[in-house]
Design a protein around this ligand. Sequence first.
Ligand code: ZN
Length: 138
Amino acid sequence: MMKSKKIKCPYCHANASLRPASVVYGHNRRSQGKFLYLCDRWPACDAYVSAHDRTHLPMGVLANGDLRHKRILAHQALRQLQQSRNMEKWEVYIWLQAKLGLNEHQAHIGQFSDWMCDEVICLCKQASGPPADMKAAA
Ligand SMILES: [Zn+2]
């Protein structure tokens, strides 16, 4: 029997339920075997978050379309920083934890608000900007 965690939609405060991902994505590769927590008012309320494959625990807080997009951008910013600095993925997260004053359990983009995602994007831009010696030469 699948365990379902009781969580609420942060937008409309309805309950969110564990549903097959095909409800949102249709029956395709992306949804195959996947689950997500979907606001009970969906599709009137466009909030959901993916569930982990094995545990079916939510990967974060439910997000609407704007926030889902912001989280994608924050992930991209981190990946770009990782590549430009030749870092490992875990090194980028250690750096992020230090910058934001969060511990490893808190520093998940899936948990981040719109504002926090903006912070991540801004920090990554600063960190992957031109090196200091180039500025001195200008
Ligand atoms: Zn909702």
